[in-house]
Design a protein around this ligand. Structure first.
Ligand code: GLP
Length: 240
């Protein structure tokens, strides 16, 4: 695991975007695994700028998102489908048919998981972007998720719902379940890029860097992956 400590959120976003930009330049038809949350927003803004400045095109790029909430529609402003279009896809030349986000039909969730998992099994993700939950979750793989887990329906922990409450009007509106790539899907990516920012992640970073591999802290599985880069800002690194 390669750790890069940078000054702040802006520097993290700059470096994150540079790595993704280079991936696209080296392989214009690459496959990216994408994440939501506040951590990658600055990175997406810089990728939009790189597209506007004609340094990169998304025409041949394929994307697979980590997860999606259950119980809200794609048109809901807090759905991850909406988030990805609002922050990235609507502003670049990506072909919508190359965009993959778990489709939650809400009447057959098992089938929805199988469909997404089949799609993932038919592709290889060149670069997977990840944030991290305060409790160490990646995608929505909450503590205790087996490392062998494939795409599944997860019941969100109270901690995660509380953390994500800031995006909704009240805790009652925060979905209770989500569909997420499993840890095993994430680990199949050729390269992984994780972004960690802010004081509220300082304890999370301490636990991640302990190098103790434990399903109770899902991100610790990344120590088993051969090509992981973690960009951490000084606030998140402040307890090391
Ligand atoms: C959500 C997402 C994760 C993300 C996490 C952290 O739970 N499912 O993919 O990493 O939030 O979000 P943030 O970057 O806002 O701290």
């Amino acid at each position: 695991m390669k750790i890069i400590v940078v000054k702040d959120y802006e520097a993290m976003s700059e470096l994150g975007a540079q790595i993704i930009e280079n991936t696209i330049i080296n392989n214009p038809s690459c496959t990216l695994g994408l994440a939501t949350g506040s951590s990658p927003i600055g990175t997406y803004q810089r990728l939009v700028k790189a597209y506007e400045d004609k340094r990169i095109s998304f025409k041949g790029v394929k994307t697979y998102n980590l997860d999606e909430y259950c119980g809200i529609s794609r048109s809901h402003p807090e759905s991850y489908y909406y988030f990805m279009h609002d922050n990235l896809f609507n502003h670049v030349d990506i072909d919508e048919k190359n965009v993959h986000i778990p489709l939650v039909s809400n009447d057959n969730l098992e089938q929805d998981c199988k469909n997404y998992n089949d799609l993932l099994n038919q592709t290889t993700i060149d670069l997977q972007l990840l944030g991290i939950g305060a409790n160490g979750h990646i995608g929505f793989n909450e503590p205790g998720t087996p490392f062998s887990q494939e795409t599944f329906i997860v019941k969100l922990t109270d901690k995660t719902r509380q953390d994500n409450k800031r995006f909704f009007n009240s805790i009652d509106e925060v979905p209770t379940h989500a569909i997420t790539m499993g840890i095993s899907n994430i680990m199949k990516a050729k390269r992984i890029l994780m972004l960690i920012s802010g004081k509220n992640k300082a304890d999370t970073v301490v636990r991640l860097l302990k190098e103790e591999i434990d399903p109770d802290f899902p991100a610790s599985v990344l120590h088993k992956h051969p090509d992981v880069t973690v960009i951490i800002d000084q606030d998140a690194y402040s307890k090391i």
